[in-house]
Design a protein around this ligand. Structure first.
Ligand code: VGL
Ligand code: ZN
Length: 215
């Protein structure tokens, strides 16, 4: 079944949010446009407890952007974001979220971050998404969301590792770009790992049922 996965389209990643991704709001219209073309629409949510170990506020003396050791793993520190049950963790109010059939939550373990929508950064625990896809015999997913260089990239690489075919919707993604060019490097990494980079125009043109009749 043609499946669209929306990664972390939450207020805190949009302009004005706690971890605002530049132009993050631009991807909402792309998501809204594509959803009607997919019989299955899924989403992930970054869903942190208030004391999550990826928050710089938990590590006095370390500003956001620093890398520390968290339970033995390298961890970039971020501003407090996507705290469970807060407005920052809600889907954008502009997103037609009633079309989303299931939501998968990640980043709930205070000592272990989870960029990918499939597994935590240590690959210890599944969010349930891969099992959900397998139960429905989904073999290919189209992915868009925030942010290209973190959660989108991790999601795509995990999905490829799990043997799924992945189309990455480039106009539906934006990067944090802690270092300039991070988003481009992430796109290159996803492509060289086997993802097909497409635009939302490509998808709308090639969806069965919406392609124009040729004679
Ligand atoms: C993300 C940093 C921290 C993301 C989530 O959704 O890309 N980035 N938490
Ligand atoms: Zn996070």
């Amino acid at each position: 079944m043609k499946t669209l996965l929306l990664v972390d389209l939450q207020n805190d990643f949009l302009p004005g949010g706690a971890l605002a991704v530049p132009e993050g709001d631009r991807v909402i219209a792309v998501a809204n446009r594509l959803m009607p073309h997919f019989p299955l629409v899924l989403a992930s949510k970054d869903w942190h407890p208030p004391d999550h170990g990826s928050f710089a506020s938990q590590h006095p003396g370390h500003p956001p952007g620093d890398t520390i050791l968290l339970d033995g793993r390298d961890q970039i520190l971020w501003p407090d974001h996507c705290v469970q049950g807060t407005r920052g963790a809600d889907f954008s109010s502009h997103l037609e979220h009633t079309r989303i059939q299931a939501v998968f939550y990640k980043g709930t373990d205070p000592l272990l971050d989870s960029y990918s929508a499939l597994f935590d950064n240590d690959h210890r625990r599944s969010t349930g998404l891969i099992e959900y896809l397998r139960e429905r015999s989904v073999e290919e997913i189209c992915v868009l969301g925030l942010a290209t260089d973190y959660c989108v990239q991790a999601t795509v690489l995990d999905a490829l590792r799990e043997g799924l075919r992945v189309r990455l919707v480039t106009d539906g993604c934006r990067g944090v770009n802690l270092q300039s060019g991070d988003d481009q490097r992430a796109l290159n990494a996803m492509r060289s790992s086997g993802a097909m980079l497409v635009t939302s125009d490509d998808l709308v043109r090639t969806r069965p049922g919406v392609s124009r009749q040729s004679r």
